[in-house]
Design a protein around this ligand. Sequence first.
Ligand code: ZN
Length: 83
Amino acid sequence: MGIKDILCEKCNGKNIKKDGVRETKNRGEVQTYKCKDCSHRFSIDDGFWKMKNHEGKITASMKYVLCWNVIKENTRAFTNVCT
Ligand SMILES: [Zn+2]
């Protein structure tokens, strides 16, 4: 997954840039991103994109939002995360 595939989780903007790395207890270093449009900062669990059955670290509502982003973009490569 490249940065071009990432949409802002707040405004769905595409102008995302990398915004450093955050240390977490469970997952080690996590890349964080910043939206240039609304300045919203967020991170994406890499595992989420690979695993259908993630363990509750990403809520169902977040998954739903990501699915909607996928549908909007018609990026069929990621449609399997929604099933
Ligand atoms: Zn945004």
